[in-house]
Design a protein around this ligand. Structure first.
Ligand SMILES: Nc1nc2c(ncn2[C@@H]2O[C@H](COP(=O)(O)OP(=O)(O)O)[C@@H](O)[C@H]2O)c(=O)[nH]1
Ligand SMILES: [Mg+2]
Length: 238
């Protein structure tokens, strides 16, 4: 489907499994199609309730929760914002987010490395969506699985931090291709990590020229206004 071969990759022998070599491909296709259909149902539910939903993806520790908290603080909309916190087993992030005054619901996925549209449809039945304007969905920390499972969100924000090193973007083209907005977080540590933000931005632009690329320091709230603007939250706010 996506063809992305980084420079230099063909200078050596590379083994890439072809369709028939992946034995569960049919099951996969079926699963993805069902997820897509459910995502469309979720989107209709959001639109009926005039809710804008944002899927927040990225590695464990990239700063997803911190950035959501910073956005909530800046929006200052209290209980008019809801957050679904996806995590394997804990409720740590839900507790952290609750402090910002938003309505929070936790989904524990157990061994699953991503949320899916079915889990979201169950979650939105449990949370009172009356009066909610924005719904943030913090996906499970992972740069591979969540990209393949749309949840019905209107926008997708991918958070990547400089502490993940210089090759994170180029090595994960699929998820960055899904992004509407890419936050390069922990900019305060870029120098110490010897990571070039401009190079990461160039990599992102090659993979997904449409996405906005914003440098952030979630703890200090740097770049958060631009994230809000680029996600279109300002105009959707009233
Ligand atoms: N120095 C620095 N630390 C950050 C920044 N954003 C998040 N962190 C820290 O990184 C760690 C992981 O953040 P968290 O929001 O839990 O990441 P998540 O796993 O993606 O939700 C926490 O210790 C945060 O305080 C940032 O911009 N700069
Ligand atoms: Mg988190």
């Amino acid at each position: 489907m996506h063809k992305f071969i980084p420079d230099g990759a063909l200078k050596m022998k590379v083994i890439r499994p072809k369709g028939p070599e992946i034995f569960d491909i049919e099951l996969d296709k079926d699963l993805l199609a069902k997820n897509k259909a459910l995502a469309r149902t979720n989107r209709r539910a959001f639109d009926r309730s005039k809710i804008m939903a944002i899927d927040v993806m990225g590695s464990v520790g990239s700063g997803k929760t911190s950035l959501i908290k910073a956005i909530l603080r800046k929006l200052a909309m209290g209980e008019r914002v809801a957050v679904i916190a996806g995590d394997l087993t804990t409720t740590i992030d839900a507790e952290r987010i609750k402090k910002e005054g938003a309505r929070v619901i936790q989904i524990n996925t157990g061994k699953e490395c991503h949320l899916d549209a079915h889990l979201i449809s169950r979650a939105i039945k449990k949370v009172d969506l009356e009066g909610i304007r924005f719904l943030f969905i913090e996906n499970v920390g992972n740069l591979i699985c969540p990209g393949e499972f749309p949840l019905g969100a209107h926008k997708r924000l991918v958070v990547v931090s400089v502490t993940e090193g210089p090759y994170t973007v180029i090595k994960h083209p699929y998820i960055f291709r899904e992004a509407d907005v890419i936050a390069l977080n922990k900019m305060d540590l870029a120098k110490a990590m010897k990571v070039s933000a401009s190079q990461l931005e160039k990599d992102a632009e090659r993979i997904n020229p449409q996405a906005s690329f914003i440098r952030t320091h979630a703890i200090r709230g740097v770049g958060v206004g631009r994230i809000i603007y680029s996600l279109g939250l300002r105009s959707y706010r009233s």
